[in-house]
Design a protein around this ligand. Structure first.
Ligand code: FAD
Length: 288
């Protein structure tokens, strides 16, 4: 019998009272798919409200699933990060998604405080202080991080994170599987052996997908953009089409060696659970 494909789900701390109210239900529905863990995003530069964040971690734990906080280092001091790591360890957290993060535009100035410049420094810091206690995930960019000097420089920087002690990586969202396969080939040639799990963003709207892709430098293939544009005023049809396209993307990735899938749930259960059902992933019965 082959081992089930690992899946993980990403959540963000809700920003509105309605979002806060809705989230426990969403988390419990998603938990039924039995993901390996829920990761929870964190605003860089301390822009996430502590109360909301810890509530979310509690909700996840109450559903019996491991919670993995994202930890961003830009704008932070060693002292702050050390305190957070101690706090997480005391709370039983065993997995961290270690990131540089982006400071909000208003805080982006040369005087912004901070002792870390890049995520590889954060990974080294975690390893120095806690040895192998935490499982560390880092970000990978098959289509290059938008601020990188070049694709090769970005890849070298990814290698630094692996060498600093990352256990695994999660990719930025993408809709072009060749970008992922090319990235994996480069890893193979460079002797980087950590699992690189594709980050999958379900498609639920035209404007938000265009915005997400533009924001993170991911290519929205022309054919896909045109089809979504045509369907933008027919939400049910767009959602059906989106499920079809993303199911196909996931199938292609898994058939060609992806070690698992990480879903950007955008705090909604249905789009991700439909994909899991189509793919017979997790504990969700296959779609009929
Ligand atoms: P790094 O790996 O440090 O890379 C950042 C840039 O610097 C790249 O262009 C890289 O090529 C370059 N670089 C890296 N090291 C060096 C070096 N030594 N010298 C010169 N250049 C270097 N953001 C949040 O604020 N909160 C979150 O919770 C969050 N979660 C995310 C989860 C995932 C899976 C992903 C893919 C992204 C997430 N982000 C989050 C966004 C992320 O913070 C941004 O993409 C950020 O700009 C880069 O973070 P990083 O950890 O990839 O940075």
């Amino acid at each position: 019998m082959t081992a089930p494909t690992p899946i993980s789900f990403e959540l963000f701390p809700p920003r509105t009272p309605e979002g806060v109210e809705k989230l426990p239900g969403v988390v419990c529905q998603l938990a039924e798919a039995k993901p390996s863990y829920f990761s929870v995003t964190y605003g860089a530069g301390g822009s996430t409200q502590e109360g909301t964040y810890s509530t979310l971690l509690t909700v996840v734990r109450e559903c019996g699933i491991e919670a993995a906080p994202h930890l961003t280092c830009i704008g932070s001091t060693r002292e702050n990060i050390a305190a957070l790591l101690d706090q997480y360890r005391a709370a039983g957290v065993k997995r961290i998604v270690a990131l540089r993060g982006d400071l909000p535009a208003t805080a982006m100035n040369p005087a912004a405080p901070g002792e870390f410049h890049y995520a590889n420094e954060l990974v080294s810091f975690i390893r120095e202080r806690h040895g192998s206690y935490f499982k560390i995930e880092v970000a990978a960019y098959p289509e290059m991080h938008p601020q990188a000097a070049s694709a090769q420089a970005d890849f070298d920087n990814f290698r630094r994170k692996a060498e600093a002690g990352a256990d695994a990586a999660i990719t930025q969202l993408f809709y072009n599987p060749d970008a992922y396969f090319d990235f994996m080939e480069r890893c193979h040639k460079a002797g980087i052996t950590i699992p690189v799990v594709p980050g999958i963003m379900p498609i639920t709207g035209y404007a938000n997908i265009v915005r997400f892709c533009a924001g993170c430098g991911s290519d929205l293939p022309r054919w896909l953009k045109l089809r979504l544009e045509d369907l933008q005023n027919d939400k049910p049809a767009l959602v059906e089409f989106g499920v079809e396209v993303v199911t196909r993307l996931c199938e292609t990735l898994l058939e060609n060696g992806a070690p698992g899938l990480h879903f950007y749930t955008i705090n909604q259960s249905e789009p991700t659970l439909r994909l899991c059902a189509n793919l017979s992933l997790g504990a969700i019965p296959a779609a009929s």
